[in-house]
Design a protein around this ligand. Sequence first.
Ligand code: SAM
Ligand code: SF4
Length: 335
Amino acid sequence: MPEQTPAPSSAPALLDAQGRRIVYLRLSLTDRCNFRCSYCSPAGIETHEDPLERSEVARLARIFGGLGIRRVRLTGGEPTLRRDLLDLVRDVSAAPGIEEIALTTNGHLLASLARPLREAGVTRLNVSLDTLDPEKLRRIAGRAATLDRIVSGIEAAYAAGFASVKLNVVVVRGENDGELGDLARFAWRFGATARFIELMPFGPGAPVPTAEVKRLLEGQGLRLEPDATRGWGPAYHMRGTSTDRGRPVSGLVGFIGAMTESFCDSCNRVRVGADGSLRACLGGRERLGLKELLRGGASDEEIAQAIRAALLGKRERHDLAHSRGKLLPMIGTGG
Ligand code: SAM
Ligand code: SF4
């Protein structure tokens, strides 16, 4: 099912410095991961052994819900490594104001977790998969990454009946740019949508601009037409048609042009990283130490005020192109 822009909420609007309405929280539950994707987890990156505890996550969800946040995406690191994940999902979904819980995973543990996650309250699932070639997958994501396991996870997600399943594909030049059409068709087999994400410069690898991704898809057997389906944030879609194993097929294809398109104009999100700090912008260095506030005796209202103030410092757009090496990589911020 396509994502819809949220209806106006009765909660007071949480606005950033540019007047953008912030309704979407990306909450990183850990910066530990069982994979080692080079673009996300550069060698030498340190992990925190002290992520937010269950009660702290639940309290934050209530505070953000009261501020007008409607959707929470649980991310990481790899969120399925949290042993208390299902309890966390239940707590967040019980927070007043929170209408949807989404989760992003590398799929390694998804085969057994898909149904429990759905039952606990996750409605939308993103599974990251950059290639259908088992060897290449290991090269990109490390030795633990096993294609069969991820595909079983995607099958389990399909069977569990999520409102939406997306396949996140980071496009890396010379690595997976020859199989983008195959990945789109693969996603459609499971009622999923492949989303092609421009590589952001946290590690090695060369990006492929979204305009070129579209040309590649057309060269790899997809006819693309405009489609009005919008995501909640900067992602947008086109309708693709093709043939798969001799049969006509069609479905949506998503694009996140983080580096070359107007990604920031429709930004509606705020992030809490694995270190418990709020980042108004993925590409900004400013952070608000929410964990310190939570543990230092601040009241809910004081924390809410601090969040509002941090968002009023949010810049108009990211400066990722000039920030290589100066920012916390994705494994810490949650993407
Ligand atoms: N471990 C989970 C996973 O891989 O889906 C969730 C965390 S991961 C940081 C969230 C998303 O960020 C993934 O889809 C991943 O592919 C994407 N990502 C990581 N590093 C990136 C980069 N440098 N550029 C673009 N996307 C990136
Ligand atoms: Fe782990 Fe996800 Fe980052 Fe890959 S993209 S290293 S799976 S957190």
